[in-house]
Design a protein. Sequence first.
Length: 131
Amino acid sequence: MKGWSTVRIYIIEDDEMIRRALMRSLRSVDAEIRVFPEPIEAIGAARTERVDLVISDYSMPNLDGVQALGELRSVHQSVRTLLLSGNLPNEAVCGALKAGLVDRFLVKPWKQTELRAVIDELTQRVSQAVG
């Protein structure tokens, strides 16, 4: 980590291939990136350290992405959030977007340029809040 102002990003994704694709997409982002295959692990880590941006899958075995982001937001109110799903938004996702729990939503497979634009936007919002 380069310092306190370095953005810390959590990736919560149970599919290893998608985790790898996200890591490739974030290769050039100046950030500390932590990867979690289970939401509970990310929530536990967030209780002991700062997290600025969370990129989470929606559909996971033990806790869905909306629930995970809600838990993380209760620990870090200013965390920025990106939810990914293989399906179009359902009622829970739409409700989370309207309530401000989820900042952005992308459908898998995403377009690389779209993902980078969203990540750049959210990391810039984090940097402005920190700086």
